[in-house]
Write a protein that binds this ligand. Structure first.
Ligand SMILES: [Cu+2]
Length: 158
């Protein structure tokens, strides 16, 4: 009897230990997606964002998994950019000034640096493809229209 209860205890402890240590698993690479973000200053956010006032991209708040790839397309009748902000706050920064030339493409990795599409031309222009390798949230904006609030955020989840 003692042996059986000791065994049962062991099973219970093992079950508890397993349940208590959920590990976030990286999204399998085989299911990584190519996600498109449309650029148009007339796009309004679909919902209020917890990151603050964002608009001008669809979706303005994009959630992806680590390993997904992102491409920006411009169906608007004006040129736009998607240029990363070297900023790690929780809310959209006020009066951000780009340090780099936003008209030129920079980098291929979405992070808290000034990666960027460069100029994406009106009427169907497409950006280079960017990759996501770091969990976090990353603000970006249009170099031409940041002053009128064309700002988006990419949330990279495991
Ligand atoms: Cu723009």
């Amino acid at each position: 009897m003692k042996v059986i209860s000791a065994l049962l205890m062991g099973v219970a402890v093992a079950a508890l230990t397993t349940a208590a240590t959920p590990k976030p698993k990286p999204h399998p690479a085989s299911t990584s997606r190519l996600v498109m973000v449309r650029m148009d200053i007339d796009f309004k956010p679909h919902k209020r964002s917890s990151f603050g006032k964002i608009s001008g991209y669809d979706p303005a708040e994009l959630h992806v998994h680590m390993g997904d790839r992102i491409q920006f397309v411009n169906p608007d009748d004006e040129n736009h950019t998607a240029t990363g902000m070297a900023y790690t706050g929780d809310q959209v920064p006020a009066n951000y000034k780009f340090q780099s030339d936003f008209t030129k493409p920079h980098g291929r990795l979405i992070d808290a640096s000034e990666w960027g599409t460069g100029n994406v031309r009106a009427h169907g222009g497409k950006s280079p493809i960017f990759t996501t390798k770091q969990v976090g949230h990353y603000f970006y904006a249009c170099g031409y229209h940041i002053g009128i609030g064309q700002i988006g955020v990419i949330v990279v989840e495991p």
